[in-house]
Design a protein around this ligand. Structure first.
Ligand code: 7PJ
Length: 268
């Protein structure tokens, strides 16, 4: 799953997609579409479009602004590329517009917490990724705290799966994600990575986002643009523990890791 950030303040790539000659943020659709095309050529099955920056401490964005950022891009990608478009949003209004514009997967870091989201999705055929987060993006990295991070994230995802099923979203449309970096210390993140296999009990495909995150940066002591090797190392570990979808800024390198994992898994 390739990441397309339609935000001005994404920590790793958003500002690059800003239309030149503008001061307020305006997404350059051609640049973003080219980025999506490249990712598909490199092997991406999904592109994840996001208009709300959820990095720690990020400013909130209005629903209208989120719509303005993502909808034209989703429509453009859906019209021209053979790829499953994912929308990274928690807003039922944005979900609805995104689905009407061709998106097929809802990636919700708040796991359908906003009233109306689950009911809306029940009446569609969209796939839905339920992610764990402790707290809210503005404050989540201040004092992450768990008794057992693995058990608490597991229980949370289990209950959100049950809630989704109750609301009428069928199990075969669901994905789960432990939410690396979302209200977790570096140690919490590695405890989760080490115990990813535990989540297979839920019998729901596991998506993980590790790409360039601070859990990589802190152990390799490198800035965001130098975290590819560390991200691939973590990806390899996640794949070995059963991760099925890897959300990444670096599709070509991630596909290489996936191919090596597939060859390894099928060796006798
Ligand atoms: C994730 C995400 C993730 C899912 C972001 C970043 C921060 N969605 N959206 N999983 N991360 N499902 O890319 O560093 O880990 S935004």
């Amino acid at each position: 799953m390739g990441i397309i950030n339609a935000t001005p303040d994404s920590f790793s790539d958003g500002a690059e997609l800003q239309r030149s000659g503008t001061t307020s943020f305006q997404l350059d659709i051609d640049k973003a579409l080219f980025r999506a095309e490249t990712m598909v050529a490199e092997g991406a099955t999904f592109v994840d479009v996001g208009g709300e920056s959820t990095r720690p401490g990020a400013a909130t964005v209005s629903e209208q602004e989120e719509l303005d950022r993502v909808i034209p891009l989703i429509a453009a990608i859906s019209a021209s590329l053979d790829v499953c478009v994912s929308i990274d949003t928690s807003s039922p209004v944005v979900m609805k517009e995104a689905l009407d514009s061709g998106a097929q997967l809802i990636n919700d870091i708040r796991a359908l917490a906003i009233p109306g989201a689950a009911e809306l999705l029940a009446s569609t055929k969209a796939a839905v990724c339920l992610m764990h987060m402790q707290g809210a993006p503005s404050t989540m990295q201040k004092t992450p705290s768990y008794g057992s991070v693995v058990l608490e994230v597991f229980d949370f995802l289990k209950s959100r799966v049950a809630y989704s099923l109750e609301c009428g979203i069928e199990q075969d449309r669901l994905l789960i994600d432990p939410g690396f970096g979302f209200g977790k210390t570096v140690q919490h993140n590695y405890q989760l990575l080490k115990n990813l296999g535990y989540f297979s009990q839920l019998e729901i495909p596991l998506l993980v986002g590790l790409s360039r995150k601070s859990m990589i940066g802190e152990v390799v002591a490198r800035p965001v643009e130098q975290r590819l090797a560390g991200s691939i190392a973590a990806t390899t570990l996640a794949l070995a523990s059963g991760a099925r979808i890897i959300r990444t800024h670096d599709v070509a390198a991630t596909m290489d890791a996936i191919r090596v994992n597939l060859a390894y898994s099928s060796a006798e």
